[in-house]
Design a protein around this ligand. Structure first.
Ligand code: PEP
Ligand code: MN
Length: 335
């Protein structure tokens, strides 16, 4: 059960509401976010919901059978729309393309990509400065100094930034420069990091772990929401299966299911999802057809020379064709 409290709900009213919830045999959790105050109530007992719903201080009350309550589509009217910047919205019918290199490498590389994105009206640039690499000897990113350069160039061009945060103690230093924090697949269940991201007002793109189930992904999103941040996007980026012919298996079933189960926007990452450049275009369109609210693509001016994930990174021409086709497909799907 989710109780949405009125903005002006007083301490006294809250005391009465809590006592009634306890009397019904439910445990309650206070959640205050940027836009709401909720009591998330856990229990199984049967009772007349009107006994609580009519109490002073309550705006709305919802029975939600899902264990991942706040992110469930069962209580919220419509889908969540996240405003990232002026005119840059995702979810609830708004589609966004995010594109850029796997890793930020130099000012020149950032400027080239930003120019390409601007020319194609792509408003969000991706690029890692803290890179989780399988081998400790691989390029691990330019760190906070790289992020400052990334931010300076993109802000001047009116482009938003999405970049990965790997641990909670990086958040404060990164905060002024980031428009969307990306939680990488390896960190989907880093609950300290998720808690800490609940405390900021920056949107979060939460990637599904390589062996994370849909349920676990939703629980992880619930951590961020219950920590106070409602501005969450989920990202399907491929899971590990028995099939070694491609890097990961992009689980588009998951996209369709998530769109039904949650009100949060869902993004598809076909670059990591298949890991093979020549198939990224097809899988992007498949992701759009599955209902994605956005796509995130790895794009580099000289893809073969990319410092990381070169094998799945697109050049500008291939990327431009994918932006165009994705937008056209959205139009067809909406018609
Ligand atoms: C990335 O976006 O470059 C990345 C490391 O993604 P993931 O966490 O999905 O592997
Ligand atoms: Mn990558």
């Amino acid at each position: 059960m989710i109780i949405q409290l009125e903005p002006g709900c007083t301490e006294n009213q809250l005391r009465v509401i809590r006592a009634s919830v306890e009397a019904a045999g439910y445990q309650h959790n206070d959640v205050t976010t940027q836009s709401g105050h909720y009591l998330v109530c856990i229990g199984t007992g049967d009772f007349d919901i009107r006994n609580i719903g009519t109490l002073a201080g309550i705006q709305d009350i919802h029975r939600v059978s899902d264990a991942q309550k706040l992110v469930s589509a069962k209580w919220k009217v419509g889908h969540t729309e996240i405003s990232i910047a002026d005119g840059v919205r995702i979810g609830n019918g708004h589609f966004q393309i995010m594109a850029g290199p796997c890793s930020i490498e130099s000012a020149e590389q950032i400027s080239e990509v930003a120019g390409h994105l601007k020319a194609h009206d792509v408003r969000i640039m991706r690029g890692g400065v803290f890179k989780p690499r399988t081998s400790p000897y691989s390029f691990r990113g330019l760190g906070i100094e790289g992020l400052k350069v990334f931010s300076d160039i993109c802000r001047a061009e009116g482009i938003c930034i999405i970049t990965e945060v790997m641990q909670s103690d990086q958040i404060a230093a990164m905060y002024p420069y980031v428009d969307i924090f990306q939680v990488g697949a390896r960190n989907m269940q880093n609950y300290n990091l998720l808690d800490a991201l609940g405390e900021v007002d920056t949107p979060v793109l939460l990637k599904r772990g390589i062996s994370g189930t849909i349920k676990e992904l939703l629980y992880s999103a619930e951590y961020i929401f219950s920590g106070g941040n409602e501005r969450i996007m989920l990202c399907e980026r491929g899971i590990r299966t028995f099939e070694p012919a491609y890097r990961n298996t992009l689980d588009l079933n998951g996209v369709a299911l998530l769109k039904e189960k949650t009100h949060l926007p869902v993004v598809v990452d076909p670059s990591h999802g298949i890991g093979i450049r020549r198939f990224v275009g097809q899988m992007t369109l498949a992701g759009v057809a599955a209902g994605a609210d956005g796509v995130i693509l790895e794009v580099h001016p000289r893809p073969d020379q990319a410092a990381s994930d070169a094998q799945q990174t697109l050049g500008f021409d291939a990327a431009s064709a994918i932006y165009r086709k994705s937008r056209a497909l959205r139009e067809v799907l909406a018609s």
